[in-house]
Design a protein around this ligand. Structure first.
Ligand SMILES: [Fe+2]
Length: 295
């Protein structure tokens, strides 16, 4: 069966969220929903998630699954907000446990945070199958960008998270804790082995060269034209290119709030005695030491 795919773009973070529906059965999954977040004021907002809810309501779609492709470092997940209003189960790859253990240390989280995946309703292993009405979704573990990264294949529609971007955008960075360029190479080979006409839906687009934002390509187009990883690119070539590029990249703007919340399946931390919820900001832990100031 061919799913109905509706994309939603979150401009501040360049994120694509997808509603994948069995329109006849009136059920849907949402992949990678976003909670609006302004880091300067540390305010959350729900306009983007509300647009998803309005779409589900207008189409009469029941929400069965809220699927994360990984614990994102660049945007906060809107999963719990959607679940509270529309239902559905929140799921992610089972590699989330390793990501949780790593970032529990990074953020100095206490014993109230258990790095065992319990914050999610379901942890997927490679090859697991999920149902959305008459649609069958297959989980393909695609670690490399992060150790919990998975892709979801519904019919001919493949949701790749941060493995590959549009062909002119290349691939995702592999320098986060648990990331590994050689592993990403092998994950992408598995995706490139899918039928050439498979539709590929990316999780981000930064519109390189000032073109229009884009979200959909094919396995054939990636194999032929991905600027980092074509069918003919060797693992050694890719790893060298990826490492060189990663060494130049800054820490993502929202990594501190995004990762801290997303390893809790997007739940905000519990309020403290004053009723306010707080994040922690580890000093001199993330990124590279600052260069000497120039005069
Ligand atoms: Fe990511």
């Amino acid at each position: 069966m061919t799913p109905t795919v509706t994309p939603f773009f979150h401009r501040p973070t360049g994120t694509w969220t997808y509603v994948v529906a069995d329109a006849a059965a009136r059920v849907a999954a949402v992949i990678d929903p976003v909670l609006d977040f302004d880091w300067r004021s540390a305010r959350t907002g729900t306009a983007s998630a509300d647009a998803l809810l309005a779409h589900l309501a207008a189409q009469g779609l029941a929400l069965e699954w809220i699927l994360e492709t990984h614990a994102h470092a660049d945007h906060v997940s809107g999963a719990p907000y959607l679940k509270a209003r529309a239902g559905g189960r929140i799921a992610i790859g089972e590699g989330i446990r390793a990501v949780q253990a790593t970032f529990k240390r990074v953020f100095g989280l206490g014993p109230e945070f258990q790095p065992d995946g319990r914050q999610f309703d379901r942890l997927f292993a490679d090859g697991d199958v999920l149902r959305v009405g008459g649609l069958e979704g297959r989980v393909i573990a695609t670690p490399g960008h992060t150790s919990d990264s998975v892709s979801y294949l519904f019919g001919d529609a493949l949701f790749v998270g941060d493995t590959v971007f549009m062909p002119d955008g290349g691939t995702a960075r592999c320098d986060f804790p648990g990331g590994d360029a050689a592993e990403l190479y092998r994950s992408v080979q598995r995706l490139y082995d899918l039928p050439a006409a498979t539709r590929v839906f990316v999780c981000h687009d930064y519109a390189p060269g000032g073109r229009e934002v884009a979200f959909e390509t094919t396995v054939a187009a990636q194999r032929e034209a991905n600027i980092h990883l074509r069918a003919t690119t060797s693992e050694a070539e890719f790893v060298a290119l990826r490492r060189a590029r990663d060494a130049t990249l800054d820490v993502p703007n929202l990594i501190i709030p995004a990762v801290q919340l997303n390893i809790r399946a997007g739940e905000l931390p519990p309020p403290e005695a004053d009723g306010v919820r707080y994040l922690k900001v580890p000093l001199d832990v993330l990124g590279r030491p600052l260069a000497p100031a120039s005069r």
